[in-house]
Write a protein that binds this ligand. Sequence first.
Ligand code: G6P
Length: 437
Amino acid sequence: GARLGSPLVVGYGEGETYLGSDALALAPLTQKISYLEEGDWVVITKDGAQIHDADNNPVTREITTSGVTAAAVEKGNYRHFMQKEIFEQPTVVAQTLSSYIRPLEQTVALPQMDFDLSAIDRITIVACGTSFYAGMVAKYWFETFARVPVDIDVASEFRYRDPVLQPGGLALFISQSGETADTLAALRHCKANGQTIAVVVNVPTSSMAREADLLLPTHAGPEIGVASTKAFTCQLAVLAALAAHLALKKGKLSEADEREIVKHLIEAPAALNAALAHDEEIAAMAHLIAPARDVLYLGRGPDYPLALEGALKLKEISYIHAEGYASGEMTHGPRARIDEAVPVIVLAPSGPLFEKTVSNMQEVMARGGKVVLISDAEGLAEAGDGCMATIEMPKVHPLIAPLVYAVPVQLLAYHVAVAKGTDVDQPRNLAKSVTVE
Ligand code: G6P
């Protein structure tokens, strides 16, 4: 075996030796793992492994015990990994938050940094897929709370557009796997251009984790379903804590504000549970969406990335064409597509942006569009009449709304895919981790 570009690990068993892409792949076989370095090559026999580096020198690579057990990669009582992972969210978000907040002191607690966060005056966020949408939500938070300007790009665009990177910037990479080829290449580009590198990753042994100045792990546990769910909400939890911490360091938030934010973050796991309680109801409405050829998702502000994520989830696993739109953009094109055959999913927590989104929703209804409104009791009481269906979310602070509203869009995609009989955990033509360009 040889490692070039993509990760490779050696697993040591009893009279057996294995090669795999990561500890997760080998979890059912062994937990004794060596991570090969870039350029290493290895010969394995049943008795062990001889490893050489890129210059052909014999080397030893530490044998570590991976924390991933076979049980963690089993479905338990769930029908699909994706379903299990959706339902794990209250637990894993709480687990993740416990590394980033001190509940008793009601403060945010980030890992030690060997750079001055308060000096950061520009943030560049780069990611792919669902992780990119977590980054889009974070842009709202960094700008609103810390007043730090944010550039955000999908990694495949960023790495080839010759971005202007000024000294003193923080480049933030978000990735479940920590191995996505385009994101990793973008990280290396930023590093070579003098940026401080922070990563939010779910695999702490990944290439991105190893190359970062600041590692911010999510504690979602192994994510097996190709369509990301729990990694996304855990990324949001970390990013909210980071935004609050940055805002404090920048003097944009008081300690009282910090306590308030921590209080709301602590409420997130219970709110996720309340959202999950609508599972059966969402399963029952899946038949309304399953026959559609196209579905539109609308949201505003931090719920706009959620609309994009909802559309991505649906198309990934049910193969229905779906698009996410900023609700205010409806008039600039998508409105022409509205008819009774195109369900429109509207994400609209009550709050300052609610009226605006509802007026876009009413335009849809006036043109015969069939709306599913996802809002809290207050929002549904005000605007739920005339909708094809409604889903009630708990009333939450706008900061944690994107975490909570992720649940109904995940469940809707899941149940539509089950209704259509597609392969939920391994959708056609997609891979969990894209380690080639
Ligand atoms: C693939 C997966 C997505 C994921 C994306 C980014 O496309 O199917 O679920 O969001 O890669 O992966 P990353 O590991 O970088 O978050």
